[in-house]
Ligand binder design. Structure first.
Ligand SMILES: [Zn+2]
Ligand SMILES: [Zn+2]
Length: 189
């Protein structure tokens, strides 16, 4: 089998590029694994995309769901979280689909705009907008449950599972930092 030059969420859009402005294609998206960054991996990605022929190229819009493994910010156990995100991205061709001649990517009057490029073989790869949308949607302080007791700051036991006998005033770290900042402000005045 010849190696494919694109993955499951990349599509050859040469047909759509030859179509009229306003023409549309729909695609199912399915990808087993995607690395979001060095430490976060999404799995079981499923979704759909609509590819719309526009003057400048192709507008891709859609939604996708994925499982992401996260660490509880208090007790550090791993939890699986299902994320659902939407994405939208404009793609422009590098070469004319009819003649194969290179195209100016920037249109008249444009200096710097936010869009992606199709490959020279007219492949539209959705990996980057999907990856970015999932990254933005990652919870900042994931919790295994809203009242997770966390780890004992002295001995490290999981306080959800046992009481080690230490007194722990569970202080929210961010609040503690804020309190310290306010405190130092007082000293300045
Ligand atoms: Zn927890
Ligand atoms: Zn303890």
């Amino acid at each position: 089998m010849a190696p494919t030059e694109y993955n499951n969420i990349g599509f050859n859009v040469s047909g759509l590029l030859k179509d009229r402005v306003g023409a549309m294609r729909e695609h199912e998206l399915e990808e087993p694994v995607m690395e979001l960054d060095e430490k976060t991996r999404a799995t079981k990605l499923y979704g759909s995309a609509r590819l719309l022929r526009i003057n400048s190229g192709i507008l891709a819009e859609g939604q996708i769901a994925a499982d992401v493994m996260l660490e509880c910010s208090r007790c550090l156990i791993l939890l699986s979280s299902r994320l659902r995100v939407e994405f939208a991205e404009e793609y422009r061709p590098l070469v004319d689909v009819q003649t194969g001649t290179p195209l100016e990517v920037l249109q008249e009057g444009e200096t710097d705009v936010d869009f992606s490029r199709l490959t020279p073989n007219h492949i539209l790869d959705l990996t980057e907008p999907v990856r970015q949308s999932l990254l933005v949607d990652l919870p900042f302080n994931p919790l295994c449950r809203h009242d997770c007791a966390g780890l004992c700051p002295q001995c490290g036991v999981d306080l959800n599972a046992e009481d080690c006998g230490h007194t722990h005033e569970r202080s929210d770290n961010r609040l503690a930092v804020l309190a310290a900042l306010l405190d130092s402000d007082d000293h300045l005045n």
